[in-house]
Design a protein around this ligand. Sequence first.
Ligand code: IMP
Length: 426
Amino acid sequence: MPSLAIQGMQWGDEGKGKITDYFASHADLVVRTQGGNNAGHSIEHQGKRYALRLLPSGVFQPHVVNVIADGVVVNPAALLEEMDLLESEGISSFHLLLSSRASILMPYHIALDAAREQALGNAKIGTTGRGIGPCYEDRASRVGLRLGDLLVESYLKERLSEALAIKNRELAAFGAKTYTVEELLAWLEPARKRLSSYIIDTSEYLSHALEEGKKVLFEGAQGAMLCLTHGTYPYVTSSSPLCTAIPLNAGLPLTAVNHAIGITKVYCTRVGAGPFPSEIEGELAQKIRDAGHEYGTVTKRPRRIGWLDIPELRYVHRITGVKDSALMLLDVLGSVDEIRLCTGYTLHGKAIDTMPSTIPEVSEIVPTYLSMPSWKGDISHCKTYEELPLEARNYIEKVEELSGLSFVIISVGADRDATIVRKDIF
Ligand code: IMP
């Protein structure tokens, strides 16, 4: 398959970093298509753990061209900081291309994100606080700046003045600090100097690369249930993490994405507010949280924990068409005595088998569970499917049968080689 998309199947943090890194070594290009530095991918490289936020995961592979495509929102200061950090660790020979159509995330977006969350009080979304929503709002309301604007100084100044005429009113209404054109131009100067040479029409570049038969990996950020349109709105991010949005976000035809692999964690997590049908609390949740190191890569917030949710997976399978999947963190469930699997929901006394479309409905569903015994113990040494304990195989096969997914990769530990590959798909 010349191109492959990575699809988070839940609420993000499914372990996409490890699988992306695995496929990145087989790719010629690794492409980010949406989101910004709200994402956090943890990657092990030469015994060290790195948290990438904006840079695509191919930066550790010197042969890979890394592309930040049209649908991304880029905080240039955060990008430069990430590049400097890698450089200080001796990782400096990566190839990077930035889309001239990608949005620039400005300091006032971060201020507005904080002001809005505060104004919402108890109804707050629990955003990552990185300014993602306000930046996408500006894109939609056509007052956003784009990376391509950095290339012509006079145009940049003009666009910034137009934007500030609106943004300063909003900031003032929230009692937040307003900005002058000069101070923001000064803030953008390091980006103009250091990033301009990377900025091109990446849509055109990617079209040619695909025509030449290059292998392209479309790296996912966030998860399907955080999709602006199809997730648990309004408790979602402001872009679409669905693989079906990739052609639009990269400026490519529908046929550009040949295949997608879903990344499914053996339990669910979510950070921030919003309904979470199979949520568990208390001691058991803490046990899983600790065993799975479930603390935010970006914000360090403890993640909420829930059992694997089959109707949720079926829903994402239906709207994305994703069938092949990687099952992540299987080893973590070896730390509990009994595993529960949410197999269905009851809504107002009626059984339903998909995620409802409105918050009042999602808040009222009652999950039904199937109980399964755990294998109780370490499985990180298992190299083949057959080596897994019978209880683990029974669990995997039950999930496959109920969800419609097919687990082609099973991750049994954080290390690169703690991975069972059942089918080669890239
Ligand atoms: P925002 O993307 O910062 O606006 O946050 C909106 C919602 O998406 C919040 O619930 C965040 O916790 C969640 N979110 C955003 N990015 C990620 C991610 O990479 N992993 C998990 N949750 C995320």
